[in-house]
Design a protein around this ligand. Structure first.
Ligand code: HEM
Length: 205
Protein backbone atom coordinates (compact mmCIF):
# COMPACT_ATOMS: atom_id res chain seq x y z
CA UNK A 1 0.00 0.00 0.00
CA UNK A 2 1.41 3.48 -0.89
CA UNK A 3 2.71 5.39 2.13
CA UNK A 4 0.45 8.41 1.52
CA UNK A 5 -2.70 6.22 1.64
CA UNK A 6 -1.48 4.61 4.84
CA UNK A 7 -0.92 8.02 6.46
CA UNK A 8 -4.40 9.13 5.36
CA UNK A 9 -5.93 5.94 6.79
CA UNK A 10 -4.06 6.46 10.05
CA UNK A 11 -5.44 10.00 10.35
CA UNK A 12 -8.98 8.71 9.64
CA UNK A 13 -8.69 5.92 12.24
CA UNK A 14 -7.38 8.37 14.88
CA UNK A 15 -10.26 10.78 14.12
CA UNK A 16 -12.83 7.95 14.34
CA UNK A 17 -11.35 6.69 17.61
CA UNK A 18 -11.30 10.17 19.14
CA UNK A 19 -14.82 11.02 17.96
CA UNK A 20 -16.66 9.94 21.14
CA UNK A 21 -14.10 11.70 23.37
CA UNK A 22 -14.21 14.97 21.40
CA UNK A 23 -18.02 14.84 21.47
CA UNK A 24 -17.99 14.45 25.26
CA UNK A 25 -15.47 17.27 25.76
CA UNK A 26 -17.49 19.51 23.42
CA UNK A 27 -20.73 18.57 25.20
CA UNK A 28 -19.18 19.34 28.59
CA UNK A 29 -17.70 22.65 27.39
CA UNK A 30 -21.03 23.78 25.92
CA UNK A 31 -23.15 22.39 28.79
CA UNK A 32 -24.80 20.03 26.37
CA UNK A 33 -24.53 16.56 27.87
CA UNK A 34 -28.28 16.10 28.34
CA UNK A 35 -30.35 16.02 31.54
CA UNK A 36 -28.02 13.44 33.18
CA UNK A 37 -24.41 14.17 32.15
CA UNK A 38 -23.03 11.27 34.25
CA UNK A 39 -25.26 8.79 32.41
CA UNK A 40 -24.28 10.34 29.05
CA UNK A 41 -20.55 10.01 29.82
CA UNK A 42 -20.97 6.45 31.14
CA UNK A 43 -23.03 5.33 28.16
CA UNK A 44 -20.79 6.96 25.57
CA UNK A 45 -17.48 5.67 27.03
CA UNK A 46 -18.92 2.18 27.70
CA UNK A 47 -20.26 1.87 24.16
CA UNK A 48 -17.03 3.21 22.63
CA UNK A 49 -15.09 0.55 24.59
CA UNK A 50 -17.27 -2.29 23.33
CA UNK A 51 -17.33 -1.03 19.74
CA UNK A 52 -13.55 -0.62 19.57
CA UNK A 53 -12.95 -4.02 21.18
CA UNK A 54 -15.31 -5.60 18.66
CA UNK A 55 -13.68 -3.90 15.66
CA UNK A 56 -10.21 -4.92 16.87
CA UNK A 57 -11.41 -8.53 17.24
CA UNK A 58 -12.82 -8.45 13.69
CA UNK A 59 -9.43 -7.70 12.14
CA UNK A 60 -7.98 -11.23 12.28
CA UNK A 61 -11.01 -13.03 10.75
CA UNK A 62 -11.37 -10.35 8.06
CA UNK A 63 -7.67 -10.74 7.12
CA UNK A 64 -8.06 -14.52 6.94
CA UNK A 65 -11.11 -14.24 4.69
CA UNK A 66 -9.72 -11.43 2.51
CA UNK A 67 -5.91 -11.65 2.42
CA UNK A 68 -5.79 -8.39 0.41
CA UNK A 69 -6.84 -6.59 3.62
CA UNK A 70 -3.73 -7.77 5.48
CA UNK A 71 -2.75 -4.14 6.12
CA UNK A 72 -5.60 -3.88 8.64
CA UNK A 73 -3.25 -5.49 11.17
CA UNK A 74 -1.44 -2.14 11.45
CA UNK A 75 -4.50 -0.72 13.20
CA UNK A 76 -5.27 -3.51 15.66
CA UNK A 77 -3.00 -2.28 18.44
CA UNK A 78 -4.25 1.30 18.07
CA UNK A 79 -7.89 0.16 18.30
CA UNK A 80 -7.12 -1.99 21.34
CA UNK A 81 -5.37 0.88 23.10
CA UNK A 82 -8.26 3.23 22.38
CA UNK A 83 -10.65 0.59 23.77
CA UNK A 84 -8.59 0.59 26.97
CA UNK A 85 -8.56 4.41 27.00
CA UNK A 86 -12.38 4.53 26.89
CA UNK A 87 -12.71 1.67 29.40
CA UNK A 88 -10.48 3.64 31.79
CA UNK A 89 -12.49 6.86 31.32
CA UNK A 90 -15.65 4.81 31.89
CA UNK A 91 -14.27 3.23 35.06
CA UNK A 92 -12.99 6.60 36.34
CA UNK A 93 -16.46 8.09 35.75
CA UNK A 94 -17.78 5.47 38.16
CA UNK A 95 -14.94 6.16 40.66
CA UNK A 96 -15.50 9.93 40.59
CA UNK A 97 -19.17 10.55 39.74
CA UNK A 98 -20.98 7.43 41.03
CA UNK A 99 -18.83 6.52 44.05
CA UNK A 100 -17.38 9.99 44.81
CA UNK A 101 -13.93 8.45 45.42
CA UNK A 102 -15.38 6.64 48.46
CA UNK A 103 -13.29 3.45 48.74
CA UNK A 104 -15.92 1.81 50.99
CA UNK A 105 -18.74 2.51 48.54
CA UNK A 106 -16.61 1.19 45.69
CA UNK A 107 -15.77 -2.03 47.54
CA UNK A 108 -19.43 -2.61 48.37
CA UNK A 109 -20.38 -1.94 44.74
CA UNK A 110 -17.76 -4.37 43.42
CA UNK A 111 -18.81 -7.09 45.87
CA UNK A 112 -22.57 -6.62 45.79
CA UNK A 113 -23.50 -5.48 42.28
CA UNK A 114 -22.74 -8.24 39.83
CA UNK A 115 -22.65 -5.90 36.81
CA UNK A 116 -19.93 -3.85 38.52
CA UNK A 117 -18.01 -7.03 39.44
CA UNK A 118 -17.98 -8.28 35.87
CA UNK A 119 -17.27 -4.77 34.48
CA UNK A 120 -14.28 -4.47 36.79
CA UNK A 121 -13.13 -7.94 35.72
CA UNK A 122 -13.28 -6.77 32.08
CA UNK A 123 -11.19 -3.69 32.87
CA UNK A 124 -8.64 -5.72 34.87
CA UNK A 125 -8.34 -8.17 31.96
CA UNK A 126 -7.61 -5.30 29.57
CA UNK A 127 -4.98 -3.78 31.88
CA UNK A 128 -2.12 -6.29 31.24
CA UNK A 129 -2.90 -6.18 27.52
CA UNK A 130 -2.50 -2.41 27.41
CA UNK A 131 0.64 -2.65 29.60
CA UNK A 132 2.25 -5.15 27.20
CA UNK A 133 1.33 -3.39 23.99
CA UNK A 134 4.80 -1.94 23.31
CA UNK A 135 7.30 -3.47 20.86
CA UNK A 136 9.67 -3.81 23.81
CA UNK A 137 7.14 -5.96 25.73
CA UNK A 138 6.51 -8.16 22.67
CA UNK A 139 10.28 -8.73 22.28
CA UNK A 140 10.75 -9.42 26.00
CA UNK A 141 7.80 -11.85 26.25
CA UNK A 142 8.33 -13.58 22.92
CA UNK A 143 5.60 -13.80 20.27
CA UNK A 144 4.07 -17.07 21.52
CA UNK A 145 3.68 -15.97 25.13
CA UNK A 146 2.47 -12.51 24.08
CA UNK A 147 -0.15 -14.02 21.76
CA UNK A 148 -1.36 -16.34 24.51
CA UNK A 149 -1.74 -13.42 26.96
CA UNK A 150 -3.53 -11.30 24.38
CA UNK A 151 -6.22 -13.97 23.91
CA UNK A 152 -7.60 -12.47 27.17
CA UNK A 153 -9.16 -9.80 24.96
CA UNK A 154 -11.91 -12.30 24.06
CA UNK A 155 -12.70 -12.87 27.73
CA UNK A 156 -12.67 -9.11 28.38
CA UNK A 157 -15.15 -8.56 25.53
CA UNK A 158 -17.43 -11.31 26.86
CA UNK A 159 -17.31 -9.78 30.37
CA UNK A 160 -18.05 -6.36 28.82
CA UNK A 161 -21.16 -7.70 27.08
CA UNK A 162 -22.39 -9.52 30.20
CA UNK A 163 -21.87 -6.27 32.14
CA UNK A 164 -23.96 -4.44 29.55
CA UNK A 165 -26.83 -6.98 29.70
CA UNK A 166 -26.82 -7.09 33.49
CA UNK A 167 -27.54 -3.40 33.89
CA UNK A 168 -30.14 -2.72 31.22
CA UNK A 169 -33.79 -2.91 32.34
CA UNK A 170 -35.60 -6.23 31.75
CA UNK A 171 -36.94 -6.35 28.20
CA UNK A 172 -34.46 -3.77 26.85
CA UNK A 173 -32.58 -5.27 23.91
CA UNK A 174 -30.02 -2.57 23.08
CA UNK A 175 -27.02 -4.87 23.78
CA UNK A 176 -28.33 -7.46 21.28
CA UNK A 177 -26.59 -6.21 18.11
CA UNK A 178 -23.13 -6.01 19.66
CA UNK A 179 -23.69 -9.41 21.33
CA UNK A 180 -24.52 -11.03 17.99
CA UNK A 181 -21.52 -9.45 16.27
CA UNK A 182 -19.21 -10.58 19.09
CA UNK A 183 -20.75 -14.07 19.00
CA UNK A 184 -19.99 -14.34 15.27
CA UNK A 185 -16.41 -13.14 15.84
CA UNK A 186 -15.85 -15.62 18.67
CA UNK A 187 -17.14 -18.46 16.47
CA UNK A 188 -15.18 -17.26 13.43
CA UNK A 189 -11.84 -18.03 15.05
CA UNK A 190 -12.21 -21.82 15.52
CA UNK A 191 -14.19 -22.15 12.27
CA UNK A 192 -11.51 -20.40 10.20
CA UNK A 193 -8.72 -22.37 11.93
CA UNK A 194 -10.58 -25.62 11.20
CA UNK A 195 -11.13 -24.78 7.51
CA UNK A 196 -7.48 -23.79 7.16
CA UNK A 197 -6.36 -27.15 8.66
CA UNK A 198 -8.72 -28.96 6.28
CA UNK A 199 -7.32 -27.08 3.28
CA UNK A 200 -3.74 -27.93 4.29
CA UNK A 201 -4.70 -31.62 4.67
CA UNK A 202 -6.44 -31.80 1.27
CA UNK A 203 -3.63 -30.10 -0.70
CA UNK A 204 -1.75 -32.95 -2.45
CA UNK A 205 1.92 -33.24 -1.41
C1 HEM B 1 -14.46 -3.42 29.21
C2 HEM B 1 -15.10 -2.87 30.23
C3 HEM B 1 -16.48 -2.27 30.16
C4 HEM B 1 -17.38 -2.15 29.14
C5 HEM B 1 -17.24 -2.61 27.71
C6 HEM B 1 -18.55 -1.45 29.67
C7 HEM B 1 -19.69 -1.12 28.94
C8 HEM B 1 -20.76 -0.41 29.42
C9 HEM B 1 -21.87 0.07 28.63
C10 HEM B 1 -22.04 -0.15 27.14
C11 HEM B 1 -22.69 0.76 29.46
C12 HEM B 1 -23.93 1.53 29.05
C13 HEM B 1 -25.20 0.88 29.36
C14 HEM B 1 -26.38 1.82 29.20
O1 HEM B 1 -26.34 2.95 29.75
O2 HEM B 1 -27.32 1.42 28.52
C15 HEM B 1 -22.11 0.70 30.78
C16 HEM B 1 -22.69 1.26 31.91
C17 HEM B 1 -22.09 1.30 33.14
N1 HEM B 1 -20.87 0.78 33.49
FE1 HEM B 1 -19.63 -0.21 32.28
N2 HEM B 1 -18.34 -1.17 31.01
C18 HEM B 1 -17.08 -1.66 31.33
C19 HEM B 1 -16.47 -1.59 32.56
C20 HEM B 1 -16.99 -0.97 33.65
C21 HEM B 1 -16.30 -0.80 34.92
C22 HEM B 1 -14.86 -1.27 35.22
C23 HEM B 1 -17.16 -0.13 35.73
C24 HEM B 1 -16.93 0.29 37.14
C25 HEM B 1 -16.32 -0.43 38.01
C26 HEM B 1 -18.37 0.12 35.01
C27 HEM B 1 -19.49 0.78 35.51
C28 HEM B 1 -20.62 1.09 34.80
C29 HEM B 1 -21.73 1.85 35.35
C30 HEM B 1 -21.86 2.40 36.78
C31 HEM B 1 -22.66 1.96 34.30
C32 HEM B 1 -23.99 2.73 34.36
C33 HEM B 1 -25.07 1.86 34.90
C34 HEM B 1 -26.35 2.62 35.10
O3 HEM B 1 -26.76 3.33 34.16
O4 HEM B 1 -26.91 2.49 36.16
N3 HEM B 1 -18.24 -0.39 33.74
N4 HEM B 1 -20.94 -0.01 30.74
Amino acid sequence: MPKSILVLLKVLVWCACLWAFVNLVWGAATNNLGPDPTATITFSTGLATLRLLTISLAITPVRRLIPKLNWLIRFRRLLGLFAFFYATLHMLTWVALYAGFDVNAMSVDILKRRYITVGMAAWLLLLPLAATSTNWAIRKMGGKCWNRLHKLVYLAAVCGVIHYWWQVKPGVLTPLTITLVLGVLLLARPVLAWSQRRRVRTVPA
